[in-house]
Design a protein around this ligand. Structure first.
Ligand SMILES: Nc1nc2c(ncn2[C@@H]2O[C@H](COP(=O)(O)OP(=O)(O)OP(=O)(O)O)[C@@H](O)[C@H]2O)c(=O)[nH]1
Ligand SMILES: [Mg+2]
Length: 420
């Protein structure tokens, strides 16, 4: 039996850090479950490495910790006003005023979902300005995520652009928001387009905001979550209206990882590698719905829903017809069973209902043919992992716009199944 330390030694650095966090957060019985899941993998360490690297995002959602989000930008753009929108405790409120240079030092508070940090303007000149800029940049440097705020009236000129480039070069995930949109209401679209152009971004990468009223805050949260997996779970717990969108992100990721796993030359009958990805996905969905379940429980759910068995059966059935390369069939089925498992677990955590075997089967078949069709364009030769993962992500996105669950709900409605 592999011990945790044995396992760590074999892994790529990025999975090692994540696994350490996971490990520290597990109870003794969870640890046992986690190890037994890993030990159920074929003794092919390359595969284990690949798998864990690919599953890193799911793992982070399932086990992520509270992260630091810093609000940075020029002076007087409304950083402190935005900060005040996030905090829950009145005592933590930051001072806001029309005078530039109101905030002199960094200030941190609990935003529930993450720790939020307000910083002084990072564009000021002179001795005081330089000190404040250094203060702001040090917060940005330590943060896990940056909310970069600009002012719609002020726009993006040379100073703003230089600051943006400097922040971007820190290499942190970030979003850009244009505040005080209320002041350019009639012309807001043009203001966004101009700001985006000056920053060399696309307009959808610049989020309009009215920090004073809170308008646009939810778009900021969604954008933060889209970039930062650790925040996804917290956001799902805090803001139920986002749960499906967040779960959907997790599903898209897991299903494209599943397709890549099916590329690995192994008999398709071996579902253990898929099981770990699907279990990690179920765990992350559970967290989004505010359930803390164990690894063993997640694995049990995957078994109970029978997607592994269904996948194998479907693989044999469809490979009898021939004409489709094995990798393509494997990838399509691995992805469709993962998507269905994701959807089924959403229904499970949301309503405590178990999708019937018949519905699971119908949905899996529909999705498999959709994915087969979508992947056909890739040719008969085995594609690279990266191109398959990208194509698969697109294919999964196509079946629903992500925001909308109708595709799935329609498929499993009370109606006689025509799949036989
Ligand atoms: N019209 C409008 N005014 C805003 C908005 N957000 C902030 N303000 C105003 O902009 C001014 C500056 O706001 P602050 O939040 O103090 O700005 P800051 O970026 O923290 O400023 P410094 O700490 O000095 O760098 C205040 O008068 C705010 O009321 C907004 O969405 N619309
Ligand atoms: Mg301030």
């Amino acid at each position: 039996m592999t011990t945790f330390d044995d396992l760590l030694k074999k892994l790529p650095a990025e999975s090692r850090d994540i696994l350490r966090v996971i490990w520290d957060s597990l109870t003794p019985s969870d640890r046992k479950g986690f190890l037994s899941l890993l030990n159920s993998l074929p003794s092919n360490t390359n595969l284990v490495r690949l798998l864990l690297r690919l599953s890193t995002q799911q793992m982070r959602i399932a086990f992520g910790d509270k992260h630091q989000v810093a609000i940075v930008g020029p002076t007087n753009v409304g950083k402190s006003t935005l900060y005040n929108q996030f905090i829950s405790n009145r005592a933590d409120r930051a001072q806001v005023s029309p005078l530039p240079g109101t905030t002199r030092v960094n200030q941190q508070a609990d935003a529930g979902l993450f720790a939020i940090i307000d910083t002084p303007g990072a564009d000021a000149v002179g001795e005081v300005g330089a000190r404040e800029q250094a203060e702001a940049l040090s917060a940005a440097n330590q943060a896990d995520f940056l909310i970069i705020v600009f002012d719609a009236i002020q726009g993006i000129k040379q100073t703003e652009l230089e600051l943006f480039l400097q922040l971007r070069d820190l290499g942190k995930p970030y979003i850009v928001t244009l505040n005080k949109i209320d002041l350019v209401r009639k012309d807001s679209r043009a203001a966004i387009a101009r700001a985006a152009q000056n920053l060399d971004l696309t307009p959808d990468q610049v989020i309009p905001l009215v920090a004073k009223t809170g308008e646009g805050i939810s778009d900021i949260l969604a954008a933060v979550a889209a970039t930062e997996p650790e925040i996804v779970a917290a956001l799902g717990r805090g803001l139920p209206q986002y749960r499906w969108q967040l779960a959907w992100r997790s599903i898209v990721n897991a299903s494209s990882v599943s397709a890549v796993i099916a590329l690995t030359p192994l008999p398709f009958i071996d579902f253990a590698p898929l099981a770990i990805t699907q279990s990690a996905m179920v765990l992350s969905i559970a967290r989004i719905y505010n359930y803390r379940i164990t690894f063993e429980r997640a694995r049990e759910l995957v078994v109970t829903f029978g997607v592994g068995f269904l996948g194998r059966t479907l693989f044999y059935e469809l490979s009898k017809f021939g004409g489709v390369p094995g990798w393509l069939l494997g990838a399509a089925i691995a992805s469709s069973t993962t998507v269905v498992m994701g959807y089924a677990s959403v229904i499970w955590f949301e309503r405590g209902e178990k999708l019937s075997a018949e519905r699971i089967k119908t949905l899996t078949k529909t999705l498999t043919s959709h994915f087969l069709e979508a992947l056909k364009g890739m040719g008969k030769k085995r594609p690279s992992r990266k191109s398959l993962q990208t194509r698969m992500q697109e294919a999964v996105q196509e079946i629903s716009l992500g925001e909308d669950r109708r595709f799935f709900d329609d498929q499993v409605k009370d109606q006689p199944s025509n799949s036989g």
